[in-house]
Design a protein around this ligand. Structure first.
Ligand code: SF4
Length: 330
């Protein structure tokens, strides 16, 4: 339940604002000038706000499409991302957003049409390159789909460009708009996964791994292309056993023909973000495990990272081809 919704004056009469507000009939609506008045101010505390976040409806002015950071990709020569939302309804303990923002309030930008224009411009500029766009770098791309309808909206753009890929990365079990549409071969529904036992203690408020795998299996059986993102890989005493069980279970329960790609990424945080996150959860076991500074990132030792990645990769090679496997290194 969202108790308070802040709405920027400029978009009060926007049809999408009205569409979203209709879903929150009992919420208190407060008019504001700019979302920055409420979001990410210095004296806010992410952890306290996360207990009862507000929703902010806003108009995005610029930076609709940005180049994805180096090391983020699934085989295209150029990668871009866009975020129609800041923050997430889930509360994963390792989430970088809690180190990036001081506010846990959700911001939804309602001017989707400006994303369309920016995406089309980016495609035109890079017409000779293989492109992938990633939806929802600053949020979970599908978790609030029933409220925003963003995925449904943006798919209409990618239908015009079947050679351009778009990935929706998510932990949600949101099946619409996909179940009621004809599958699009340039769309990748990418699911973040980790062993259930570990997920139960780290992926707070997110759907369980078994529920996610059931949805993956259903969407794959309808012909949608699936990405599996084992990112972050989490180390524990019996990690080999846990990851073997998970990988074998997933590969045996989805149609492998629909598998677009699999990627592995280790647990890592930019130094400044780690400092902020650690302040929020100083007693969290995950952050007191042996992490150190490697290449400006706080992460496991390189040997641990490499051992985990190659173990999972070798297991995966029994089911998929090497060119379907990627390493996420940002
Ligand atoms: S689902 Fe992703 S964006 Fe949402 S809290 Fe978890 S890690 Fe963060």
């Amino acid at each position: 339940m969202i108790e308070t919704i802040y709405v920027e004056e400029a978009i009060q009469n926007h049809p999408r604002t009205k569409f979203i507000l209709k879903k929150f009939k009992k919420s208190r609506i407060i008019s504001i000038y700019k979302y920055g008045e409420i979001f990410n101010k210095k004296n806010q505390n992410f952890r306290i706000q996360k207990a009862n976040p507000c929703l902010i409806l806003a108009h995005k002015k610029d930076n609709f499409v940005l180049p994805a950071p180096e090391g983020f990709g699934i085989g295209s020569s150029k990668n871009f991302y866009f975020s129609h939302m800041y923050n997430c309804i889930y509360d994963c303990r390792y989430c970088f957003l809690q180190g990036m923002y001081s506010s846990a309030n959700y911001v939804i930008f309602v001017n989707f049409e400006d994303f369309d224009i920016a995406i089309k411009k980016t495609i035109k500029k890079n017409i000779n390159s293989k492109l992938t766009f990633f939806s929802g770098y600053d949020c979970d791309s599908l978790a609030l789909e029933s409220v925003t309808g963003f995925a449904k909206h943006i798919l209409s753009i990618f239908r015009i460009y079947p050679q351009i890929e778009i990935e929706f990365r998510t932990k949600s079990i949101q099946k619409e708009p996909f179940l009621s549409m004809k599958p699009m071969q340039n769309v990748i529904l990418a699911y973040s996964l980790m062993p259930e036992l570990i997920s139960n203690s780290l992926d707070n408020k997110a759907p369980s791994i078994s529920k996610r795998i059931r949805v993956i299996s259903e969407l794959a059986s309808k012909g949608w292309r699936i990405g599996l993102r084992f990112d972050p890989l989490i180390h524990s005493k019996n990690w080999k056993e846990l990851y073997k069980e998970l990988l074998e279970y997933v590969y045996n329960n989805i149609s492998l023909n629909c598998l677009h790609s699999v990627s592995f990424g280790s647990l890592r945080f930019p130094k400044r973000m780690f400092k902020n996150i650690f302040k929020l959860y100083p007693n969290e076991l995950l952050f007191t495990s042996p992490l150190s500074l490697n290449n400006k990132m706080i992460s496991y030792d390189i040997e641990i990272e490499e051992e985990m990645t190659s173990y999972c990769k070798n297991l995966s090679l029994k089911y998929i081809n090497e060119d379907q496997i990627f390493k996420c290194s940002i």
